[in-house]
Design a protein around this ligand. Structure first.
Ligand code: CA
Length: 585
């Protein structure tokens, strides 16, 4: 039997983790006592294969898979799809060509909902390289799913490689709904579950069968990756479908996504109290005012990593070194973009501290101060999407029963008391018997033993200035995972924070990196990633230029991303623009 009650570190008792623990107790899984001091198994490397038939024949080759209709099979020549480069007058210039592949389109479990009478199906595409690397990549998509994004398996900002480019057979799906990012599908109980995880569970055997028929064997190795909701899909797959996946790449994963959405609504309420235009809460905290705060953070935190370079690598130390109330000028007169009012400071401080119920329980998570709050993407998640999207997703997908769609008032819904909003993701009815917190979350996030014991590996990356899914949830998760696995979690799971980066990409950051190759080497060669090289995207970048880079940075600045809790620290005397001048420790 396993004992884990005596050594849990103090940090593990954050309200966020208590919420996760409570969640796991509500599931069928035993809570995380996963200690096993054996070195995790190591899987053998994939071997390449190829496909020599013509794409058009695949409609026949792939017929008769139960529940599945293949609707098209298209030949895409080398260079028909490019990675990186720039769009110029509707054409892509520069970048690297993706090799020749077949694009197969299909639908699984097509049906008419008995609840709302609309048509549902798990629509998907697979991109199957003629020269295959022997691997399967399941691409989890973001937001509310609802659309089949191209199966390219690209990550970070301005990608210059991706899974398809590297020869994976890549799968992408709509997650079981056709709402193109809207939340109407919340009316249908099955569509909720498909969005949560069942589309992944239903589609994976289909994809494996397609690969078997096309290449003559099932994939040697299988990977699941995505960012945001796609990162959530990846960690859910790691716990629910671990028998099928060897490597998990989770970008900005959403833990307790419905509660993150609730926290966004609460944040919008707070901002509204200091907005000068009640119909535009972005006026609560203007770009100039965010720059004031970013500069104050840099003044107190930039040099903690050994070099004042416009980046705060030591996020943990910064939370002690920077004090919003003390270090940001307080307006003595009218707001003029050089200061914050006392009321603004209270609002910003509360939002970084996270939504807290009157009894002191934190609904979701805190957020760390980092200079990336200057990013436009940060503002999108703080000011625009709470009312525009999260109100509807909480009301339609994460509440049981869903709100009445006719006349749904996003503003009024957003303004409800936090006690009311935070209770919705736990609600159930006879028609909606599974609460959102269950169908949306990994079964027991701190028990990855099934994946671990068969040789699986988990690589998480997360922007430190992610305004919707806090990087603190990823680092809190890692500490709890480490405690549950007897201090050995780094043997199979690592979290790479990306300082300055907003949600999945962008911000004053080195956000261009290839996380797939290090994950494959870890899974198949046993070489754990000690650092991941990342680049800024200044003028001339081969991917896409990041317009938010500070003027003083080299366009090609590189930095190592370091496995938590390590931090990239400058080695005195080195070239400030070069990752080689930094060590992870
Ligand atoms: Ca620095």
């Amino acid at each position: 039997m396993c004992r884990n009650t005596t050594t849990r570190p103090r940090q593990a008792r954050t309200p966020q983790l208590m919420a996760l623990a409570a969640l796991s107790l509500g599931s069928l899984s035993l809570p995380g006592h996963a200690s096993d001091n054996r070195t995790p198994a190591r899987l053998s490397a994939a071997t390449p294969g190829s496909f020599t038939g013509d794409c058009a024949s695949l409609e026949t080759t792939l017929s008769g898979i139960p529940g599945t209709t293949i609707t098209a099979a298209n030949n895409l020549a080398a260079g028909a799809v490019m990675v990186g480069g720039r769009q110029v007058d509707g054409r892509r210039e520069g970048g690297q060509p993706v090799a020749a592949h077949c694009q197969v389109l299909g639908t699984l479990n097509e049906r008419i909902s008995p609840v709302d009478g609309r048509a549902y199906g798990i629509d998907f595409e697979m991109r199957l390289p003629l020269q295959w690397n022997g691997r399967f990549f399941h691409q989890g998509n973001g937001g509310l799913d609802g659309v089949v994004l191209p199966a390219l398996a690209e990550f970070g900002g301005g990608p210059i490689t991706g899974g398809l480019h590297q020869g994976f057979a890549v799968l992408s799906s709509n997650g079981g709904n056709r709402d193109r990012g809207d939340a109407h599908f919340g009316a249908d109980p099955q569509a909720r579950l498909d969005y949560g995880h069942q589309a992944v569970g239903s589609l994976t055997p289909v994809a494996r069968e397609i690969i078997r028929r096309v290449y003559g064997r099932q994939p040697d190795r299988s990977y699941f990756g995505g960012c945001s909701n796609g990162g959530r899909h990846a960690l859910v797959a790691a716990t629910r479908y671990s028998q099928w996946y060897d490597g998990i790449l989770a970008g900005a994963p959403a833990f307790t996504l419905p509660l993150s959405s609730v926290a966004q609504l609460w944040g919008a309420q707070r901002y509204r109290t200091v907005a000068t235009d009640p119909n535009n809460i972005a006026t609560a905290f203007t770009p100039a005012e965010r720059q004031v705060v970013a500069r104050a953070i840099l003044n107190h935190c930039d040099a903690l990593d050994g070099v004042a370079d416009g980046m705060v690598q030591d996020t943990a130390a910064c939370q002690s070194a920077f004090d919003l109330q003390r270090d940001v000028p307080t307006c003595t007169g009218a707001r003029d973009g050089t200061c914050l009012t006392a009321a603004q400071k209270d609002v910003v401080a509360a939002i970084y501290n996270g939504a807290v119920l009157p009894d002191g329980r934190r609904v979701y998570s805190s957020f760390p101060f980092d200079p990336g709050l200057s990013a436009a993407n940060w503002a999108l998640w703080e000011f625009t999407l709470p009312e525009a999207r999260s109100s509807f997703s909480v009301g339609m997908i994460f509440s049981a029963p869903p709100q009445n769609m006719a006349g749904f008032d996003r503003r009024a819904f957003t303004m409800q008391p936090l006690e009311t909003l935070s209770s919705l993701p736990s609600s159930t009815t006879a028609l909606y018997p599974v609460p959102a917190l269950s169908f949306m979350n990994p079964v027991n996030p701190t028990d990855m033993s099934a994946l671990r014991n068969r040789g699986g590996r988990v690589l998480v990356y997360h922007g430190v200035s992610d305004a919707v899914f806090s990087v603190n949830t990823s680092t809190d998760w890692f500490r709890a995972l480490d405690a549950a696995h007897g201090g050995t979690a780094a043997e199979f799971a690592r979290v790479f924070a990306v300082p300055g980066m907003a949600h999945c990409s962008a911000g004053p950051a080195t956000d261009q990196f290839d996380a797939i190759t290090p994950l494959v080497r870890w899974v198949e060669e046993g070489i754990a990633p000690d650092r991941i090289n990342a680049s800024a995207r200044g003028p001339g970048n081969a991917g896409a230029v990041n317009m938010e880079l500070p003027a003083g940075w080299s366009p090609a600045r590189t930095r190592p991303l370091c496995p938590y809790p390590q931090v990239a620290r400058f080695v005195t005397g080195g070239d400030v623009e070069n990752a080689a001048s930094f060590v992870c420790r």
